[in-house]
Ligand binder design. Structure first.
Ligand code: AMP
Length: 292
């Protein structure tokens, strides 16, 4: 922490006014405020964001909220893990200042008729199979930014499309905060750490390593000068098809800013994959700069 003089006890706020009061008190002392929005079930990926926030900021708020509006019908909203006590322990250890853990009624006290919707960028990739997902994400993030009023908010590259969408929302709506994107934290076999990995058996976790393997192959081919997207995607699919019981939802290479498909690789691209393995829908991505 850059400006912290005394170590104070972590506060757990469930009410909007409570978190606002704590933040405005910190701000009045000149603290830089960092926010890490999460859905809980915290793991080393989340901890890396918390550490980045703690390094840059004087006062760190972690929000823990399984946001109902970003789940579609038949998705895992009900069974999404909610180990709040364990999460609070992790936050205490990380010396977080405030955990904001509202009940759904606190965040959506009336029927929601106001939405923040980022167009275009939310249509491809995950937007195809989850049509209202990003509308839920951007709306809850806008609400959290209004509640906490952070100077900076920390997100993971793991959800690459989400990172791009949120950055664009903040830019388009002139929201006065910085969005910091932190690298994806992986298991030793390359599998991106995710709360949804708990849904996998040990064997499925092993098989799921092929997701990152396919992304590494993409990077290798681009680095070697391959420019035909179709050819690269075919190689990636071959690797993903080795996942028994894996159902490929998409394998895409898109422009890293517009998220539009590219036929020939040039400049910065996002290679992104979504695969369903058993009960878990897993996503992963890498950014590759072909101009390098
Ligand atoms: P979630 O709780 O899944 O909504 O994730 C909260 C934040 O943690 C999001 O910004 C995610 O991108 C980020 N995150 C999740 N998994 C990872 C990971 N393996 N590495 C880095 N960031 C992550």
């Amino acid at each position: 922490m850059t400006n912290r003089i005394e170590i104070q006890k972590m506060e757990v706020a469930k009410i909007i006014e409570e978190v606002r009061g704590l933040v405005s008190n910190a701000r009045s002392k000149g603290s830089k405020i960092g926010l890490v929005p999460t859905m809980g079930s915290l793991h080393v990926g989340h901890i890396s964001l918390i550490e980045a926030a703690a390094k840059d900021c004087d006062f760190v708020v972690v929000s823990i909220f399984v946001n109902p509006t970003q789940f579609g019908p038949g998705e895992d909203f009900e069974k999404y893990p909610r180990p709040l006590e364990d999460d609070l322990q992790i936050c205490r250890k990380a010396r977080i200042d405030v955990v904001f853990a509202p009940e759904p009624e606190q965040m959506y006290s009336t029927e929601n008729v106001t939405w923040v919707n980022v167009e275009k960028l939310t249509e491809p990739l995950c937007g195809r199979s989850r049509p209202k997902h990003f509308r839920g994400v951007t709306t809850v993030c806008a609400k959290l930014f209004n509640i906490v009023a952070p100077d900076a908010a920390y997100f993971g590259q793991k959800d690459g499309q989400q990172a791009i969408v949120i950055k664009r929302m903040v830019a388009d709506l002139n929201m006065p905060l910085e969005i910091v994107i932190c690298p994806t934290v992986r298991e030793s076999n390359g599998l991106a750490v995710s709360s949804r990995n708990q849904y996998l058996t040990a064997q499925q976790k092993k098989d799921a390593a092929n997701i990152y393997k396919s992304l590494k192959t993409c990077r290798r081919l681009i680095d070697a000068g391959t420019t035909e997207t179709r050819q690269i995607i075919a190689e990636m699919q071959k690797i993903l098809q080795q996942i028994p019981s894996g159902q490929i939802e998409y394998v895409s290479i898109v422009d890293a800013e517009s998220l539009e498909s590219v036929e020939k690789i040039a400049g910065k691209v996002l290679a992104a994959v979504a695969v369903k393995i058993g009960p878990a829908r897993l996503i992963d991505n890498i950014l590759v700069d072909a101009g390098k």
